[in-house]
Write a protein that binds this ligand. Structure first.
Ligand SMILES: Nc1ncnc2c1ncn2[C@@H]1O[C@H](COP(=O)(O)OP(=O)(O)O)[C@@H](O)[C@H]1O
Ligand SMILES: [Mg+2]
Length: 324
């Protein structure tokens, strides 16, 4: 299983500076090359980031530039070498494109177009270029977690994005801090590369086996996914709950263990409310962190409601602490 990992920025800068825009996957160190010009239109400028499956580049759209667009810059996602070699690599990337572009929400990445470069046969899609830290970078700056109001300003749009995705029948499949960015004009959820449509929807899209594409991060994966069961909305809820807990406390709820390991150690019995999290949000977050999907009885909208609800007044909080 490949654990999706963010490249340290020094490595990124080094790679981005290389003339052939080389990308190395941290684990495999395999290098692949992307042509400098795709579809005679997109001029690759530099690497923006790499994950377990893909690489994202900044590019200049020469067509936009030709028409005097003041901002001709876009981002391009393509698969890294390991995945680009799959016979159905373009279908893999197309599924991500098709699922994401269905979601019209201010907190979901906006995609432009899917294409295949005729010369190199590389599949790619274009999207808005985001500028800002990913949530794992934000967490590095806040090792003790975010204060309540700051936490809320991240949690609410993130939960709105997931609520929209689930309402539109799209499962994300790989929720983790490095797949969320705090862009200058607001939060964006991205990387639906392991996403799937809800059962019965979008049946004509290629169905890719999650087992074959083991590029997800185990510590954010719900127990049922680790056990090879299908992805559902409550599997996404587990990943989301881990992100929210980590944002509030600075630490992973289960000491960075997988749900399987943490369950074996009965870590749910000692799970503590993050100190900065108001008590009225805790029951919902704790439910979302349940190991067994049968006990994870909460959806994204109800989680959102719990964090949106105003904090009870001081008087009510004092009264609710009194016995009897
Ligand atoms: N639209 C974008 N603008 C800027 N950077 C991006 C964009 N999309 C992705 N990135 C960067 O590239 C990294 C890898 O992208 P991602 O879609 O998560 O690929 P993977 O499927 O391999 O995990 C992200 O963590 C982020 O740092
Ligand atoms: Mg990713």
């Amino acid at each position: 299983m490949i654990e999706s990992a963010q490249q340290p920025s020094s490595v990124l800068t080094r790679l981005a500076d290389s003339p052939q825009h080389r990308v190395a996957n941290e684990k495999t160190h395999r290098v692949c090359e992307l042509p400098e010009l795709l579809c005679k239109r997109y001029k690759i400028e530099r690497l923006l980031g790499v994950g377990g499956m893909g690489a994202v580049y900044r590019a200049r759209d020469l067509l936009r530039e030709q028409y005097g667009d003041p901002d001709p810059y876009i981002a391009i996602k393509t698969l890294n070498e390991e995945f680009a070699e799959y016979p159905d690599a373009s279908a893999l990337l197309y599924t991500e494109f098709a699922l994401t572009s269905r979601l019209r929400h201010g907190n979901v990445i906006r995609l432009h177009a899917f294409d295949i470069d005729p010369a190199s046969q590389r599949a790619f899609f274009t999207m808005e270029e985001l500028k800002g830290p990913t949530l794992d970078q934000l967490l590095e700056q806040h090792p003790d977690g975010l204060p309540w109001l700051e936490f809320r300003s991240v949690a609410l749009p993130l939960l709105e994005a997931l609520t929209c995705a689930h309402e539109m029948g799209v499962l994300h499949g790989d929720l983790k801090p490095s797949n969320v960015m705090l862009a200058r004009d607001g939060l964006r959820l991205f990387d639906f590369g392991l996403g799937q449509p809800l059962k019965g929807l979008l049946n004509s899209l290629p169905r890719l086996s999650r087992k074959r594409i083991a590029a997800w991060t185990p510590r954010y994966a719900a127990l049922e996914l680790l056990n090879g069961e299908p992805l559902t909305t409550v599997s996404d809820i587990y990943g989301m709950a881990c992100i929210l807990y980590e944002l509030s406390s600075g630490i992973h709820p289960y000491s960075r263990l997988t749900a399987k390991q943490a369950k074996a150690m009965e870590q749910d019995k000692t799970l503590q409310k993050p100190a900065k999290l108001p008590a009225h949000c805790w029951p919902a977050l704790r439910t979302a962190l349940a190991f067994d999907k049968e006990n994870r009885e909460i959806d994204a909208q109800r989680l959102l409601d719990a964090f949106t609800a105003p904090r009870p007044s001081l008087l009510r909080r004092i009264c609710s602490r009194r016995p009897g």
